[in-house]
Design a protein around this ligand. Structure first.
Ligand SMILES: [Zn+2]
Length: 464
């Protein structure tokens, strides 16, 4: 028998509790035609509700125990509300051949939706413990129906459907006897496919409205995972499939490329978040919403080298000249050189090189710093330029990148809207492993540098 441990609801202050109260029904109601199958295939499982501000959604396939936390429900309801409003308010009449960015923040009608979304994602991703702001839209007591009669009920139904997809994914790990200790891409894909076929396989073909409704629910669930990766990119790991692959693969099972309702909805979600993050939307037109979603998924898949705003992050071998070898005169430290032809056809150092050198002198007096006496040049007022930087053997690349990040954040402190500034530099260093000279070029947003410095991505990128 399936059991629910809902003791957490007794003291739960979050309005997420109104959604929790219907969660167990949602598992059945997302595909009521399979109620009997559920009893046959999954006679026993236990769901435990958890009143925590951290995202928790997992399963122990051996003990058949599933956990779902308050934060999951908060994010899913807020996303359902906001994505529905964004789609209705700005995208529904959009032409797929003329996809352009609409600054949704300037639309007063969408303000509550955007505020809610910002709160939901930032409290989730920054793991901030905070209650649902009372002035924001929130769930009310609801009934889960297949024919919602009001907009607020439709939104709650969408959120319950999205949660049902997430729970069916977890339940699939039980049905498929997966080993929680040995996660694999194959297991995750199989759980996704099993959840999708649970929801769509036995739905009568003539019930297209129901198919679309269920598709919207799955789109919300799968988009949330992709959006997390847009804000917090993680390097490809080989135990979990990439979120954008999950999104496109799952929906493609039942929604062909010409289904503009589903793909348009997904695109509206991705475009909003990409425009809101430090990435840039590709400036292209597409034949269909589906093509646009696929292109964005492809762009996300090649992170960190050439994604959107990150124009270039490349590392090549570097052959030092005699002049280069003389730079340090056997002293260690950092040298800024005026030989970067990328800036101009004359020897200049980037506008920030001299300033950065001063900053280093104050903050890291132990590091020896040299700056070429050539004139400095500013190209974009808000951007940060260093020109060509040489590192002596006592300064490793990660040390240098962390210094750059600290300097840049110091510069931006208190400055409004400057978080979209770009940083440009080339740095020559000795690779610790191969002992070869390498040159790294970086042209991209400040946030991209911060993300890149995230230990794991830097490690994977440098094959450490
Ligand atoms: Zn899973």
């Amino acid at each position: 028998m399936a059991t629910i441990d809902n003791r957490a609801l007794e003291k739960m202050a979050s309005p997420a509790k109104y959604i929790f109260e219907h969660l167990h029904e949602a598992i059945i109601r997302i595909a009521p035609e399979r109620e009997k199958d559920l009893k046959n295939e999954l006679a026993e499982f236990n769901i435990i509700y958890d009143d925590t501000f951290k995202w928790k959604l997992d399963v122990d396939p051996v003990n058949k125990e599933l956990h779902i936390s308050r934060k999951v429900v908060e994010v899913v309801w807020s996303s359902s509300y906001s994505y529905y409003k964004i789609y209705k308010g700005a995208w529904e009449q959009l032409d797929p051949t003329a996809i352009k960015i609409i600054d949704l923040k300037t639309k007063p009608r969408l303000k509550p939706a955007i505020n809610l979304l910002v709160w939901a994602y930032s409290s989730w991703l920054d793991e901030k413990n905070g209650e649902w702001p009372p002035e924001f839209p929130s769930p009310h007591p609801v009934m889960f129906t297949e024919q919602p009669s009001s907009e607020s009920q439709l939104i709650s139904d969408l959120s319950l459907g999205a949660l049902a997809f997430m729970l069916h994914h977890e339940l699939s790990h039980i049905v498929l006897h997966h080993d929680a200790k040995a996660p694999s891409v194959q297991c995750e894909n199989d759980a996704d496919h099993n959840a999708m076929s649970w929801i769509f396989e036995k739905l009568e073909l003539n019930l297209n409205d129901k198919k679309i409704f269920r598709g919207l629910c799955c789109s919300i669930a799968l988009s949330i995972i992709t959006v997390r990766d847009i804000y917090k990119p993680t390097p490809r790991c080989y135990t979990h499939p990439a979120s954008y692959d999950r999104l496109t693969n799952c929906l493609s099972m039942y929604f062909p490329p010409d289904n503009d309702k589903i793909w348009g909805f997904v695109l509206s979600i991705l475009v909003y978040h990409i425009a809101d993050s430090y990435y840039k939307i590709p400036e292209k037109t597409y034949d269909s919403f589906y093509d646009a979603v696929q292109d964005i998924a492809n762009q996300l898949s090649i992170w960190p080298s050439t994604v959107f705003g990150l124009k270039s992050l490349a590392i090549d071998d570097y052959i030092p000249s005699k002049e280069d070898e003389a730079i340090f005169n056997n002293n260690g430290g950092i040298a800024f050189c005026a030989r970067d032809s990328r800036l101009q056809n004359m020897p200049v150092v980037g506008a920030n090189a001299k300033h950065f050198a001063k900053w280093l002198h104050i903050n890291k007096p132990e590091i020896s710093v040299k700056v070429d006496s050539s004139p400095s040049l500013a190209l974009h007022a808000h951007d940060i330029w260093f020109a060509l930087v040489f590192l002596a053997s006592d300064i490793t690349l990660p040390i240098f990148l962390n210094l750059v990040a600290s300097y840049v954040y110091d510069q931006l402190k208190g400055a409004l809207h400057n978080d979209k500034s770009n940083v440009h530099f080339s740095v020559v260093y000795k690779d610790g492993k191969s002992s070869k000279m390498k040159k790294m070029n970086y042209d991209g947003p400040v946030d991209g540098l911060k993300c890149f410095l995230d230990k794991n991505s830097a490690k994977i990128f440098f094959n450490e």
